[in-house]
Design a protein around this ligand. Structure first.
Ligand SMILES: Cc1cc2nc3c(=O)[nH]c(=O)nc-3n(C[C@H](O)[C@H](O)[C@H](O)COP(=O)(O)OP(=O)(O)OC[C@H]3O[C@@H](n4cnc5c(N)ncnc54)[C@H](O)[C@@H]3O)c2cc1C
Length: 422
């Protein structure tokens, strides 16, 4: 693996052969997350594919010419032609391998795979999930000099990273951009010395043995596990929702509201998330209709008051979505009045769905005692029903799911573990 400059691009990249080129930046957490994966793969594939890195800020002209807009971005070339899809953001090893394999003959791929040596690493504590709960547990454990690894299928930050603004996290006078708050939390934990393995595929979790296999070949062992995997948005289940996800239906206002400048959208839901995110979306759109199944909103009073005063927001109470249909550039949301069963069609440019969350426990569901909604039951020290396994944050059975409650859980679990391991 070698770093090149823009001046060497034609010679090193376009002059033939197979090349993978990493546009990286400094002070870029996803670039840091990629670095060790890129290095590992260069050792494995390096004699067949050239692995090159280029500093994006130092080679702006080339980056712009190639349309590279974010760091890291991986580009793949075969005989001077760009091939495969570009990879950006929290890049997974499996996605890079997929692209590398696609430019090699099948027997070569087989030969390379036979060279992979499984690895094993050992820690005191594995934390699964790097949202506020996991990051706080990581910080406290690290400060207690407990050897801890944080494993996440995405980049660190959890839901906070995609929340537009957080105004209720203590210690800040002004509302904080969610991504900045999560970035500060993550940097604090990382600078303490906690090891990060992020944007990985989790192949298997064995709670009894305290083993997690990541990216197929890497086994991570520990004495304790903390589950901090949070939640995933619930779906309405209406026909068309899955098909239109990312194509007009969104679950993240911070990510997608900006695409609806001067347009009209529907929001499904009536709790805190729906109401607060609706307010944010009205920074962009001309008109927003909240569709809510009950006859009143369930969000807190302050948020409700703001929404009622917002001239861009209408509320359609006692209606539920029954279908989402794409018609040209528009999304037609068919809604049904829960009392009269009358249906009507609402035409908009996009739909945002905020109707609650389900716990991320698919990899270990069978092993743990759960409440009737599928959230993990814990005791007051965050211990689960499996010996040596703790759970914190939104994934556990509790009444209030907030950043403050997740960080509190993380603190408690870390302190309980520190005492146990002492
Ligand atoms: C739209 C929205 C707005 C919100 N606004 C606020 C607000 O203003 N104030 C407030 O206090 N709270 C707010 N919340 C709630 C708050 O974000 C959560 O309570 C908090 O993030 C929970 O933290 P957590 O660490 O438990 O989980 P999460 O933040 O969900 O983090 C879980 C992490 O686990 C990872 N993960 C998932 N599955 C796995 C797996 N199998 N293995 C490893 N890692 C995995 C995820 O990638 C993620 O990084 C909001 C939530 C939403 C959805």
């Amino acid at each position: 693996m070698r770093e090149i400059t823009g001046a060497e691009f034609d010679n090193e990249v376009l002059n033939g052969g197979k090349v993978v080129l990493d546009f990286f930046s400094t002070e870029c957490p996803p670039c840091e997350a990629l670095a060790s994966k890129f290095e590992d793969l260069s050792r494995l594939y390096g004699s067949d594919i050239k692995f090159l890195k280029i500093f994006r800020q130092g080679n702006r002209e080339l980056a712009e010419k190639l349309g590279v807009k974010s760091s890291p971005t991986l580009l793949f070339f075969n005989n001077g032609q760009e091939v495969s899809t570009r990879l950006t953001g929290g890049i997974k090893k499996s996605d890079i391998i997929h692209n590398l394999d696609s430019v090699l003959p099948a027997d070569k791929v087989k030969e390379i795979k036979s060279l992979i040596k499984p690895s094993v690493s050992e820690f005191d504590v594995i934390i699964l999930g790097a949202g506020p709960g996991g990051l706080t547990a990581g910080l406290y454990l690290c400060q207690s000099k407990i050897n801890t690894v944080l494993i996440d299928i995405a980049l660190p930050g959890g839901h906070v990273a995609t929340t537009h603004e957080v105004s209720n996290y203590p210690g800040f006078i002004e509302p904080q951009a969610g991504y900045m708050l999560s970035h500060s939390m993550s940097e604090q934990t990382k600078l303490c010395g906690t090891i990060y393995k992020v944007a990985v595929d989790i192949t298997r979790v064995d709670l009894e043995k305290k083993e997690v296999i990541i990216d197929e070949y890497e086994t991570v062992k520990a004495k304790r596990i903390i589950i901090a995997t949070g939640t995933t948005p619930n779906l309405t289940g209406a026909p068309g929702e899955k098909e239109l996800k990312g194509k007009g239906i969104s679950y993240c206002a911070t990510c997608d509201a900006k695409y609806y400048n001067d347009k009209e959208v529907i929001v499904i839901g009536g709790g805190n998330s729906a109401v607060e995110e609706s307010e944010y979306i009205t920074r962009f759109v001309n008109k927003l209709t909240i569709v809510h199944q009950f006859d009143k909103l369930t969000a807190n009073k302050q948020a409700q008051d703001r929404v009622f005063k917002n001239p861009k927001i209408n509320i359609l109470f006692e209606n539920e979505p029954r279908a989402f249909i794409k018609e040209g550039d528009k999304i037609v949301t068919e809604v049904e009045n829960v009392k009269t069963k009358e249906r009507q069609k609402l035409v908009s440019d996009g739909v945002f769905i905020f109707i609650g969350m389900k716990p991320n426990i698919d990899l270990f569901r069978d092993k743990l005692e759960l409440d009737s909604w599928g959230f993990i039951k814990t005791d007051e020290d965050m211990r689960t029903s499996v010996q040596g396994v703790y759970a914190v944050g939104d994934v556990i059975s509790k009444k209030y799911r907030q950043i403050t409650t997740a960080v509190a859980d993380g603190t408690i679990a870390a302190m309980a573990i520190a005492k146990e391991l002492d």
